[in-house]
Design a protein around this ligand. Sequence first.
Ligand code: UT7
Length: 330
Amino acid sequence: MRVTAAITAVGGYVPDFILSNQVLEKMVPTTADWIESRTGIKERRILKGDGLGTSDMCVFAIEELLKKRGISALEIDLIIVGTVTPDLVFPATSNIVSDKIGAKNAWGYDVAAGCSGFLFALASGTQFIETGKYKKVIVVGGDKMSSIVDYDDRSTCIIFGDGAGAVLLEPNTEGYGILDSILHVDGAGRKYLHQKAGGSVKPPSHETIDAKEHYIYQEGQPVFKAAVIGMAEVSASIMEKNKLSSNDVAWLVPHQANKRIIDATADRMGLPAEKVMINIQKYGNTTGGTLPLCLWDYEKKLKKGDNIIMSTFGAGFTWGAIYLKWAYNS
Ligand code: UT7
């Protein structure tokens, strides 16, 4: 019997502090209506507090997951973190997370794949379960986007928020879990969405800080166009590849970057709105956090055997989709 990697628990965390569209209206030249109609976002969460970073949100999400599943951190074999806002350039955030939760028997690494970080990490973690090498793999996606957002730039500060979500992968021999993935990268897209300074090409300096090059640089329109095409196509492709009709699909779990991108993807897949997970109105775009935070919010509605398509598009460009069969009733 084929061994698949099933999601057996979900955890999530969003900070308490809410940054609403109404407050943003007072910070940059925009209106709450413009933000909501162009993106679907009403508010987003911001992580406040000295010394707190992405790892802290990942830790909260994982601790909830461990409690739900009734297992100890010592049982974890591997922790993979999808993030673009690591606590430090090095070492990896996974090292910090495993230290903070006491996962003394785990190793781990980070996946830097823009908004596709969680999806790419999930596809990677799946391999370690399918080969039989490990029994408990945690995949966590989280970002403290507020650490790289310029709150004077109305085209980006309205979109992003902070948050993290985590899933536990365990072996399954009954056909549940991750069944297929299609993953893509097009490095030529990097020019439209990146952070100009802080890496080895342009190390941080007074000049780069003055030029605000440590913040997100995004050309919204080209990213939007590529995202609509990429996410819709890859979602339709994974359905075709697995001979799934829109009736067979119980849920679409889309990356939450812009409601209009999500709607275009659902349209292309022939899915009605009630089959599409949406929480962008509450959290904005949490980058690595969006997909697991959707599962976290919708977990109680999911039924064992549900066919789920997760899909994403992000900086890089990176994009992809995963087809999975949900493994439990809550
Ligand atoms: O998850 C990572 C991948 N990222 C994405 O998927 C983001 C994809 N892009 C988008 O979601 C959209 O492009 C944005 C939400 C970023 C921008 O929306 P848009 O409808 O594409 O706006 P635009 O950039 O085409 O700008 C249209 C107009 C411009 O004014 P003019 O030049 O027509 O006078 C902008 O200056 O809207 C203006 N604008 C704003 N107006 C009010 C841009 N941002 C704002 C704002 N409030 N916050």
